[in-house]
Design a protein. Sequence first.
Length: 106
Amino acid sequence: MKYCPSCGTGIEPKTKKCPNCNAEIVDYEKLSREGLIFAIISIFAWIIPLFGLLTSIPGLINCSKVRKKEEYKKKGTIGFSISIITLALTIANIIIPAIKEISLIK
Ligand SMILES: [Zn+2]
């Protein structure tokens, strides 16, 4: 049985909102798992800019949410750090060829 973090009412495992106080129930376990999966995929995906953005950004968002929760802080921070690096790599991978392109025109 899970409990609402805001009012303590017992809630069904898959409920997204508390039936008693209407507070949002965040599944940190799922969020941290997805965030880490996105982060790990982005390690390989940044080579292709579109895939890099599609994996590093969700990884970053999920992991930054998860980091607020004490028991998931470690997982969240790992995923967050990986995603920041891969996002930077993705952006570099977009910008550097663009700069080369511009300097070739000149
Ligand atoms: Zn509640």
